[in-house]
Design a protein around this ligand. Structure first.
Ligand SMILES: Nc1ncnc2c1ncn2[C@@H]1O[C@H](COP(=O)(O)OP(=O)(O)O)[C@@H](O)[C@H]1O
Ligand SMILES: [Mg+2]
Length: 347
């Protein structure tokens, strides 16, 4: 099912939790809403679910305006971080619950519900656990059952709000891979909320980066990592280094010298900030036009060396990543140029 969020604003009392959010979700797509705490991810998910109504704007399911439809009418399945299973029900009864409470004519027979629960348990790779109680499952197993329960109603859209948030890192990584496999097998349109960039980049077809109630950027993992369109996205996704610069005569300047980065996308003249990834730099011997600095700190990070350089007489510092073989001796001079970079005008 295609879902279209169109110019949605959501206020709580007078506080705008979402400003003016538009998003097209394609049928069968796995979308991650990624952003820091308080950026509006859960609010957007609850609006899509029908747990909240927009203050302004519409939400379409296919061609139909679903903005004021109930969660049942929208037929969505959801899993929340702490959306606990029913403790007094077996795993099979938990999974079958959404089918069992359907009104007479649409309710499958007991045997069919049971069959469906078994099928779903196989799908989520927990065969044979029908008669267990939630207390007899690990955290990861419970969230798998919660997903099976959400899928039992054959939802048009699956909504997952930090479903692995309470689990430890190792289990999270396993479940991530597992969820991707399930998604490929079932093809549900899925919206997944997370504040964990690794989770979002690894899982999603497209990532929606959110900040302060706004969508900052929508794109594939490669798009948002390699071509961030705002300082926020640059800083939030992956490591970034920044340096105050100025833009003048079609060049980027540091301390009154052009550094060999020509402006090609029309950034305006004036003070700006240069952004680049610490590992996307070329070292240079001779620095006619590049960034040069003095090593003030160096530390080993896994297989590489992180080096802090003092630039322009000590006023600025910048971090770059070098091969582990590089000595990066204290006070030695290193010249480099970012391979991939962007400047944003200083606000
Ligand atoms: N029911 C509510 N009443 C008042 N404010 C809320 C409510 N729900 C969320 N907010 C506020 O809206 C903002 C976005 O919240 P939320 O969507 O939960 O963010 P996220 O899921 O990204 O952490 C936060 O500032 C939060 O305090
Ligand atoms: Mg949230």
């Amino acid at each position: 099912m295609e879902v279209r969020v169109s110019n949605v604003r959501k206020e709580f009392a007078t506080f705008p939790a979402l400003h003016d959010v538009s998003l097209d979700i394609k049928s069968g797509e796995l979308i991650a809403l990624l952003g820091p705490s308080g950026s509006g991810k859960t609010t957007l998910l609850r609006l899509i679910a029908g747990l909240e109504e927009p203050t302004r704007g519409q939400i379409y399911f296919g061609d139909q305006d679903a903005s004021h439809r109930s969660i049942q009418e929208r037929n969505v399945g959801f899993v929340f971080q702490h959306y606990a299973l029913f403790r007094h029900m077996t795993v099979a009864d938990n999974i079958g619950f959404g089918l069992k409470v359907r009104p007479g004519a649409t309710r499958p027979s007991k045997a069919d519900i049971r069959r469906r629960a078994t099928e779903l348990l196989n799908l989520v790779q927990l065969p044979g656990l029908e008669n267990r109680y939630p207390a007899q499952l690990s955290g990861g197993q419970r969230q798998r059952v919660a997903l099976a329960r959400a899928m039992a109603i054959e939802p048009k859209v699956l909504l997952l709000d930090e479903p692995f948030g309470a689990l430890d890192a190792q289990v999270r990584r396993e479940l991530r891979r597992w969820l991707r496999e399930i998604h490929e097998a079932t093809g549900h349109t899925t919206v997944f909320v997370t504040h964990d960039q690794e989770e979002a980049l690894e899982l999603a077809d497209r990532v929606v980066v959110m900040s302060q109630g706004r969508i900052e950027q929508v794109g594939t993992a490669d798009d948002v990592y390699d071509h961030p369109t705002s300082p926020f996205v640059y800083g939030f996704i992956g490591d970034s280094s920044t340096l105050p610069v100025k833009v003048e005569n079609g060049q980027v300047w540091v301390s009154d010298r052009p550094i060999g980065l020509p402006i090609t996308s029309g950034e305006p003249d004036g003070p700006a900030t240069l952004y680049f990834r610490p590992h996307e730099v070329d070292l240079l011997d001779d620095c006619g036009g590049c960034i040069a600095g003095t090593v003030v700190a160096s530390r080993r990070v896994a297989g590489t060396r992180r080096v802090e350089l003092e630039i322009g007489g000590g006023r600025e510092r910048v971090e770059i990543e070098l091969p582990i073989e590089h000595a990066a001796t204290q006070k030695s001079r290193i010249a480099f140029r970012p391979r991939r970079w962007k400047v944003f005008p200083t606000a």
